[in-house]
Design a protein around this ligand. Structure first.
Ligand code: NAD
Length: 390
């Protein structure tokens, strides 16, 4: 396919937060162009957003139903190839399902849906239609996260015993949802957010990170959810004990009342021989701590000699030479680039490489929804441990 992939957007207008980040990420490698959108719940904002983004006025649609229907009727050489869905959580499932059924690939924000049932239906739809669904678990796109995963996989640390993930934020320390913040308002509304605020908004990111880097699946958990801010309708803080397959144990903390914190995502993993540490606020560093050795610092973009050579997954997802910082936008762009490469390879009848296929999918989305359900069920019930049921 000797052309860019054509992207349509649902949400992400001038009234939105993450939509603009998606566009930067999608355009970074020159493989994707924006051709249409239903950019906002407000038609005026959608129209203005389309104008600002230089989208042809006839391809700025009133709603996602009209967009998907009308685009599907355009000739092959014109119509969009995939839809990016960046709406509030309760509005992920319907556009994703419709797009897949009409033959489009999908990029969708996390949490993938608001229930396990919807998530499983999307899985069934992906399997039946053969389309590609990419879920934007942003933190899994960093080169040093990929390096961490590769080192765990090759047995560098021995059998994994302990996995600790944290995501503290402070922006919901007050009743932000009543202060005219639209993003906080839908997040704190059970009808638009889902069963859990903190786990849907940020907990699934670190649950995914724990499974992605360790290569192990969560099997059971014990959770404690709290609503600290008076008047709030959903939880804003959570601590979860995790039991993984193979006997590894873990701790997950997700909190939006950790006053003063920004996006302090951190993962630590310990095996029989040593451990690793990676943090979002210092993303080009991977700290490796081996028993009986000085601490080591792996840095993005270096051509280290063996046995320190960075993995092909880390280098594939690095754009600039060592010492030039890469961050969240590049991590996000890695997800888009791998998704685009996979979609293109499938259309050309080729099998994408393992590096190209390395982005979160519908299966991660189903696990994310099951994670939220299991946490809420355990928190509300009386049993000590609740099995992670898919
Ligand atoms: P937001 O409230 O800032 O923006 C939502 C957008 O969706 C707005 O443009 C709104 O007008 C639009 N919208 C609402 N209903 C619509 C409809 N029916 N049709 C078309 N557009 C509609 O929200 P946000 O912070 O950008 O979050 C959007 C999604 O992205 C959420 O699911 C959130 O969890 C996720 N998110 C993910 C990350 C990440 O790191 N991956 C970061 C932030 C947000």
């Amino acid at each position: 396919m000797k052309r860019k992939l054509r992207m349509g957007m649902v949400g992400g207008g001038n009234d939105a937060f993450i939509g603009a980040v998606h566009r930067i990420a999608a355009f970074m490698d020159g493989k994707i162009e924006l051709v249409c959108g239903a950019f906002s719940i407000d038609p005026q904002i959608s129209k203005q957003s389309g104008e600002d983004l230089f989208v042809s006025p006839e391809r700025v649609y009133l709603n996602y139903e009209e967009m998907i229907e009308k685009e599907s009727l355009l000739p092959e050489g014109e119509r969009m190839d995939f839809v990016t869905i960046v709406t509030p959580n309760f509005l992920h499932f319907a556009p994703a399902k419709l797009a897949l059924e009409k033959g489009f690939d999908v990029v969708v924000e996390k949490p993938m849906t608001v229930s396990v049932e919807e998530a499983k239906e999307l899985q069934e739809t992906v399997e039946r239609t053969g389309r590609t669904l990419c879920l934007t678990h942003t933190y899994s796109g960093y080169p040093m996260v990929k390096q961490a995963k590769a080192m765990v996989k090759e047995g560098h640390f021995g059998k994994i015993r302990k996995i600790v993930v944290e995501y503290p934020q402070g922006w919901l320390s007050r009743l932000t949802e009543r202060e005219g913040n639209a993003g906080a308002a839908w997040r704190a509304d059970p009808k638009r957010s889902g069963k859990s605020l903190v786990m849907g908004d940020i907990g699934t990111h670190v649950a995914h990170l724990a499974e992605y880097v360790s290569g192990l699946k969560i099997e059971e958990l014990c959770a404690d959810l709290t609503t600290f801010v008076e008047g709030r309708l959903l939880d804003d803080d959570g601590s979860v004990l995790l039991r993984f397959q193979n006997g590894a144990k873990g701790v997950l903390m997700a909190s939006q009342i950790s006053a003063g914190e920004e996006n302090a995502v951190r993962i630590r993993i310990y095996g029989e021989k040593g451990g690793l540490e990676w943090a979002n606020e210092d993303p080009n560093n991977l700290i490796v701590k081996m028993l009986d050795q000085p601490r080591q610092l792996y840095r993005t973009g270096n051509a280290y000699a063996a046995p320190y050579t960075l993995s092909s997954f880390a280098t594939h997802n690095t754009r600039v030479p060592a010492g030039h910082p890469e961050g969240l936008l590049e991590s996000f762009a890695n997800i888009y680039r791998n998704f685009a490469a996979t979609v293109t390879a499938k259309r050309e009848g080729r099998t994408p490489t393992a590096e190209e296929q390395d982005f979160p999918t519908v299966y991660d989305g189903v696990r994310g929804m099951a994670f939220i359900d299991t946490v809420v069920k355990n928190n509300e019930g009386t049993e000590k441990w609740t099995k992670f049921v898919l």
